[in-house]
Design a protein around this ligand. Structure first.
Ligand code: F6R
Length: 612
């Protein structure tokens, strides 16, 4: 949830650290800080509540010289966001500084023990406990920093990625990970650390993803060393980054979210590339595991948030095309529900970031029960991508806006291809249907471009609804999850309460809410449920509610009933969520902008939920 950056090299670290923090700000943005070791052996720590730009303002008249540094952007878990609770945290003797992403579950016990040894604490954080513990071990046993870090980590229960510097060993950064990501970038004359590769891509494409239970020893002018928590040397697997700096910039758009919405014709093209060959769908994750997909009797999809919504669509796709029963679970509920998992189950874990703590825990549980775990991730090399047995990347490029947009359409597209690949293998879908659906998938980028032309109309429309307090979103079949996703987009970036419902459920309760102050967004493309959804529109109108309807072009019936229509192109029902989601994303975006909200960094949220 928080972002970590570190630099050790021959230049000043501050510019690299601050630029890196901006890149990682999507992970948390309630406070930020840097700790820098300078050539005189002094340790300077600067912290500020607020965004990285607030830290920069605070530092503009400070001494930020020094070629070794660590930095942090925070999403508060323990202790309110303020200057004191911001990272880096420094040991009581002022010698050791530490940044941390994750949570330390037994911090209270450790804190009490340290207090009994005379240690005093400044902050309310769990992190300060770790840095004080390292100092205590180092002083009481007269051991080197690395030994103290190893010993401290052996006492800590929780999830963490940390980076530590020490005045006494001024040419070294020690970093470690357990359940929170950490990437090390190997430059020609500098080494970088970060929570993901985005702060590193400007300087080098050679990276090492630290594994769980590993400690990296990064020394100026020396080769990287990695050891396990048990002090065994680890192999260093250097990977080449496939990411460009332009993917991380706004490219002329006012916000990442708008850029990412408009990128979708290309991102879906990238997602499909090489996977539809002739009339067939080819996914290596399926063809390399034919026995698994032929032998399974059930699929369990685990995910959170938007990825869970994509999972609901995946369920329908897989059941309809591959004829395998599918259950969809919130990863956070699944992991604590004593689930019945059979060794012949396939568990599909869907995650944009590949770092969501609950999804990762659900994967571990599934593996303990012997199930085969298939990942649908975006971030290459992420923890979930590495923890799964096989999988398919969605390949939509870095998603930086906190509200997920292009990842959702990429996930649905991959799930459609996955359903087809499994269906082909199991012989549950005939070649004509495969050909038709494969060509419909290939047509998605053009249909998305078409839907994006609604932007100006939606911007005008958003003005009418900017100050509404509640919204209802209704959809049926494949578009019930679209309704959930549309409502989630609106609430998370505009702070307007919005609820998604299966349209037919409206009469079982939510209809009581309808009056002239509650607009309803109804997703009503031409599909099997069209007639039934028309009657939902009539029910809303009869009670004085206004209706914004997403319809297929030329739908004169709904055009005559709804207050506003947003027309999309004809698309097969099972792929319609990909197209329908475009106007819903744009509606949420424009309403939030008109309300003056920060759409890329909505309050209280962070992109990657690496804590419970
Ligand atoms: C909503 C959103 C979140 C994420 C959820 C899961 O716009 O972004 O609901 O979908 O936190 O994240 P991932 O997909 O990274 O596991």
């Amino acid at each position: 949830m928080c972002g970590i950056v570190g630099y050790i090299g021959n230049s000043d670290s501050y510019p690299v650290l601050v630029k890196g923090l901006h890149r990682l700000e999507y992970r948390g943005y309630d406070s930020a800080g840097v700790a820098i070791l300078n050539a005189c052996g002094e340790l300077h720590t600067y912290k500020a509540k607020g965004k990285v730009e607030d830290l920069e303002r605070f530092c503009c008249d400070k001494d930020t010289a020094g070629s070794i540094g660590i930095a942090h952007t925070r999403w508060a878990t323990h202790g309110e966001p303020n200057d004191v609770n911001a990272h880096p945290h420094v040991s009581e003797n002022g010698e050791i500084a530490l940044v941390h992403n994750g949570t330390i579950e037994n911090y209270n016990v450790l804190k009490q023990a340290l207090e009994e040894h005379g240690c005093t604490f400044r902050s309310e954080t769990d992190t300060e406990v770790l840095v004080q513990l390292i100092q205590y071990i180092k002083e009481s046993t007269k051991c080197p920093l690395l030994t103290a870090v190893r010993e401290a980590l052996s006492q800590v229960v929780g999830a963490y990625a940390i980076a530590v510097i020490d005045k006494r060993t001024p040419d070294t950064i020690i970093a470690a990970r357990k359940s929170s990501p950490l990437v090390i970038g190997l430059g020609d004359d500098a080494t970088y650390i970060a929570s993901d590769a985005t702060p590193i891509v400007d300087y080098t494409d050679r990276v090492v993803y630290l594994n769980d239970g590993e400690i990296a020893i990064i020394e100026k002018g020396k080769d990287l060393r990695v050891i396990t928590f048990d002090n065994e040397p680890s192999d260093i697997d250097i990977r080449t980054l496939k990411m460009s700096v332009s993917q991380l910039e706004k490219g002329g758009y006012p916000h990442f979210m708008l850029k990412e919405i408009f990128e979708q014709p290309e991102t879906i093209q990238d997602c499909i590339r090489g996977r539809i060959v002739g009339d067939k769908v080819r996914l290596s994750g399926v063809s390399e595991n034919e026995d698994v997909f032929l032998g399974t009797g059930r699929i369990i999809i685990v995910a959170c948030g938007t990825s869970w919504h994509a999972g609901l669509i995946g369920k329908r796709l897989i059941q309809e095309i591959a004829h395998i029963p599918v259950v969809v679970e919130y990863a956070s509920e699944f992991r604590y529900s004593t689930p019945i998992i059979n060794p012949d189950d396939v568990v599909i874990a869907i995650s944009q970031s590949g770092e969501t703590a609950d999804t990762l825990a659900a994967i571990r549980l599934a593996k303990e029960h012997g199930a085969f775990v298939y990942g649908v991730c975006n971030v290459v090399g992420s923890s979930i991508a590495r923890a799964t047995d096989s999988g398919t990347y969605i390949h939509v490029g870095p998603e930086i806006g906190v509200a997920s947009t292009k990842a959702f359409t990429g996930q649905v597209t991959v799930l459609a291809m996955l359903a087809l690949a499994i269906g082909q293998l199991r012989g549950t879908v005939d070649s004509t249907s495969v050909r038709e659906l494969a060509s419909a998938i290939k047509a998605l980028p053009v249909l998305i471009s078409d839907a994006l032309k609604l932007n100006d109309e939606i911007e005008r429309l958003s003005g009418i609804y900017t100050y509404v307090h509640n919204f209802l979103y209704l959809g049926r079949g494949y578009n019930y999850p679209s309704a959930l996703e549309g409502a989630l987009k609106l609430k998370e970036i505009s702070y307007i309460h919005a609820e998604g419902y299966p349209a037919a459920e409206m009469k079982h309760g939510p209809i009581a809410l309808i009056d002239h102050e509650l607009p309803t967004v109804i997703i009503a493309p031409n599909d099997e449920m069209h007639e039934k959804i028309i009657s939902n529109i009539q029910q809303v109108k009869a009670r004085g509610g206004s209706v914004i309807a997403v319809v297929t072009k030329g739908d004169s019936v709904i055009a005559g009933l709804a207050d506003h229509i947003l027309e999309i192109s004809e698309v097969p029902e099972c792929l319609s969520p990909v197209i329908v989601s475009i106007p819903l994303q744009l509606l949420a975006y424009h309403i939030a902008i008109k309300k003056g909200c920060n759409v890329d960094m909505p309050r209280n949220l962070a992109k990657s939920v690496t804590v419970e």
